[in-house]
Design a protein. Structure first.
Length: 303
């Protein structure tokens, strides 16, 4: 994640406060499928629109408290920064939409697979676009992930598009956010600000057309949709502040918490089928992640 040029970089060391922040964020993301399953009767587009609209005031309050509103004013006067933020906002919308659809449609295991693949895909992007040199263990990890995807593709007769869409959209989002010269809280606010206009118009269209779920279908739906802002903005901002207080290697290991929880919820709460192909593919991914983590820890010790 990018940091503010005006804010000193955090020391490359772990702190208990940073660990608590990051752990809280990953646990919240891990339990997110249960919330998304509760809104599965609502179209993913409507859910995403509410995630965007109700995140905006929360993100704005945080910026006011932190005194960082001047960063947004500067960004709004920069066409280049607005264009970059519009691109990252589009990618995060694709990621959110795919995730919401996957949980509601009974593809939570595919969602977990996508977020397990993501670190390995990010290594690949770093090699291709940032010319980062791949270590032998990292090459082996990527190969194992590719083999797992191939096995799932052969088993289903098509590519595992949910997992790949989640991994690819988040991977490119993270890559492009590195080039956006805004802090994590400011960048998130700018993204939802850009998206809020179309999202609000879509909500109004649904409500006035008698198809919306905000007021028409009862208190439960109203509460869940209003809560979409909290479950979207709060974990992201908690994570952003925790990441600044932890080593990159620590964050790298902790990022497995959420997909592991999604995996467990999919199998033991949602009772999604775990067939032979997945019994082979998931251990391959986990083996790849082990190699990735080992290479990252070795590099951290070396530095």
């Amino acid at each position: 994640m990018s940091t503010d040029a005006s804010v000193p970089l955090a020391k490359n060391e772990d702190s208990p406060r940073g660990f608590a922040f990051a752990l809280t964020a990953y646990l919240l993301w891990g339990f997110l499928p249960i919330y998304m399953k509760a809104v599965a009767h609502i179209s993913p587009a409507e859910v995403i629109a509410h995630r965007i609209v109700w995140s905006l005031p929360l993100a704005g309050i945080v910026l006011i408290v932190l005194g960082r509103t001047q960063d947004i004013r500067a960004a709004l006067s920069s066409p280049r920064m607005l264009a970059m933020a519009a691109l990252t906002a589009s990618l995060i919308t694709v990621n959110w939409g795919t995730y919401v659809w996957a949980i509601g449609a009974g593809h939570s295991l595919d969602a977990a697979l996508g977020y397990f693949i993501n670190p390995l895909f990010s290594i690949f992007l770093g090699a291709v676009f940032l010319k980062e040199k791949l270590q032998p263990l990292q090459i082996a990890a990527i190969a194992l992930a590719a083999l797992a995807v191939a096995i799932l593709a052969l088993d289903s007769g098509g590519i595992p598009w949910v997992a790949l869409t989640l991994a690819i959209s988040w991977g490119f989002y993270a890559l492009l956010r590195k080039t956006l010269p805004l802090g994590p809280n400011q960048g998130f606010f700018l993204e939802v600000l850009i998206l809020s206009g179309p999202a609000l118009l879509y909500i109004l269209y649904l409500e006035f057309g008698g198809q919306g779920h905000l007021y028409r279908t009862g208190l439960a739906d109203t509460t869940l949709l209003l809560g979409c802002g909290v479950i979207t903005a709060v974990p992201l901002m908690i994570y952003a502040n925790g990441a600044k207080l932890l080593k990159l290697s620590t964050i790298g290991i902790m990022q497995y918490i959420a997909p592991t929880m999604i995996f467990l919820i999919a199998v033991f709460v949602f009772y999604e089928p775990f067939g032979t192909a997945r019994m082979i593919a998931f251990p391959l991914i986990w083996a790849g992640l082990f190699l990735y983590s080992w290479s990252m820890l070795k590099g951290s010790r070396g530095r």
